[in-house]
Design a protein around this ligand. Structure first.
Ligand code: ADP
Ligand code: MG
Length: 233
């Protein structure tokens, strides 16, 4: 599903350059549930942003679902993001003045999905994350865990090939974090490929593979038997 070869990324700041990714190599197959670990500043978000076609590497290649991601115009990048990728963020990134249902269906609107299908698909995914009864509520009326569930429903609604989550439990307490991980494991059980950036070891242990970043390189990449979040909620 994903092939990354010898990826490099530096940030320019005036005369100075910060070499953040120094030759990253890895592959992710369909159906994997991978965590990317590393201390703050180790380049996790930089890597995820490149995987999410929100940013581009300076060197190296990135292939997503057999498509080489390189030198894309903004428009094509947006098309690929819509087609291939779903995003989940630490801070949920919901629109405050729109209902849960509207938050889930808005990306579908921009993709040209008609009104009836938008409604049906959004309700289907809200139901999947356990929030059918909350569809009419605003984000401010939802708990943190519920907000992240809405964000997950929104990410799923366009049926992306890969879900990318940057610290999805970073703003949640432990119990709520595990509830969100239980949902993420369920979605992965159904076959979705998922990458999670986290710096929390207990969250990483709930994935099937832990990739450790340090000083711009992968220093460890290990498959594990994941802890089932349902045992901890
Ligand atoms: P992580 O997500 O692991 O905490 P990041 O990928 O966000 O790390 O950042 C890696 C390093 O790159 C940090 O030193 C950060 O300050 C720097 N950095 C990130 N984004 C930018 C940017 N847009 N411009 C300059 N430096 C950046
Ligand atoms: Mg980060």
């Amino acid at each position: 599903m994903i092939q990354i070869k010898d990826l490099h990324k530096s940030y320019q700041m005036g005369k100075n350059s910060l070499h953040v990714l120094k030759g990253i190599n890895f592959e992710v197959e369909e159906g994997e549930l991978v965590s990317i670990m590393g201390s703050s500043g180790s380049g996790k978000s930089t890597l995820l942003n490149i995987l999410g076609i929100l940013d581009e590497a300076d060197l190296g290649t990135y292939t997503l679902d057999n498509t080489l991601i390189k030198n894309l115009s903004e428009k094509v990048a947006a098309q690929y993001r819509n087609k291939f990728l779903g995003f989940i963020f630490q801070s949920f990134n919901l629109i405050n003045y729109k209902s849960a249902l509207d938050n889930v269906s808005l990306p579908l609107y921009y993709q040209g999905v008609n009104r009836k299908e938008r409604f049906e698909r959004s309700m289907y995914y809200l139901e999947k994350v356990g929030l059918a009864d909350w569809s009419g509520h605003l984000p401010s009326e939802l708990s943190g865990g519920q907000k992240q569930r809405v964000a997950i429903a929104r990410a799923l609604a366009s049926d992306p090939k890969v879900l990318l989550a940057d610290e999805p439990t970073g703003a949640l307490d432990t119990k709520t974090s595990y509830e969100v991980m239980e949902l993420i494991q369920k979605i992965n059980d159904e076959g979705k490929t998922i990458l999670i950036v986290t710096h929390e070891p207990d969250i990483a242990e709930m994935t099937k593979r832990i990739v450790n970043l340090k000083d711009g390189l992968i220093i460890d990449d290990t498959r594990i038997e994941p802890k089932r979040a349902s045992l901890y909620v």
